[in-house]
Design a protein around this ligand. Structure first.
Ligand SMILES: [Ca+2]
Ligand SMILES: [Ca+2]
Length: 201
């Protein structure tokens, strides 16, 4: 797990993966709010989808609650207010899920995984359709046994939402070394550029 892939190779891989989805790959150093990125729905209730801007990706990930517009300009959807706006959208999703409104399909933002430390660089937004994580940390509320093409051994930081703590694993299918579960981390430490699967608990 000490093997490191040169960043140039990773960038090329990510570019190839995203090109197949019709979206130009982000420069790794781009601020997260400005660049293209992808949304992965971990329970596979909708396809992985990539967008040209962070605002568009967040709109999809939040089920339209954080749609670009007068109340959600790109400026609002980044910076210090971002976490609060995602939390508010997730709270409404949670309320609907618990009220049994599943027929409408409710989307919850689970975490944003970043390619660079301190929540910068290319990003993937993970979403789910079953509301918040439970407070118990020994269960598995959501999980993905593998990562989007181009993202293996790439994640360097993440922000968690929806009452989820995140556990990063070295190998696919939750094998090898792990970090977490914890809330947001500006650095993945042992698993910096070494994650291949993720659990949300
Ligand atoms: Ca990285
Ligand atoms: Ca839990």
């Amino acid at each position: 797990m000490t093997r490191r892939i040169p960043r140039r190779v990773l960038a090329t891989s990510a570019a190839a993966a995203m090109a197949t989805l019709g979206v130009a790959a982000p420069a790794v150093a781009d601020p997260p709010a400005d660049g293209p990125g992808c949304v992965v729905t971990v329970d596979h209730t909708r396809p992985d989808t990539c967008f040209a801007t962070f605002a568009a990706a967040l709109e999809f990930a939040s089920g339209g609650r954080l749609a670009p517009g007068p109340k959600n300009t790109p400026k609002d959807l980044r910076g210090p207010g971002l976490d609060a706006r995602i939390d508010a959208a997730n709270a409404e999703s949670e309320r609907q899920v618990r009220a049994g409104a599943r027929a409408a399909v409710v989307w919850t933002v689970l975490s944003i995984e970043y390619a660079e430390p301190s929540y910068t660089g290319a990003y993937v937004i993970y979403s789910g359709s079953n509301g918040n994580c439970t407070t118990r940390t020994t269960d598995r509320d959501y999980a993905t046994p593998s990562l989007l093409a181009g993202w293996v051994n790439e994640i360097s930081s993440f922000r968690s939402y929806a009452n989820c703590w995140v556990k990063h694993w070295e190998n696919p299918n939750y094998g090898g070394a792990s970090v977490g579960p914890t809330g947001s981390r500006a650095s993945l430490g042992l698993l910096d550029d070494a994650t291949s699967s993720i659990e949300w608990t």
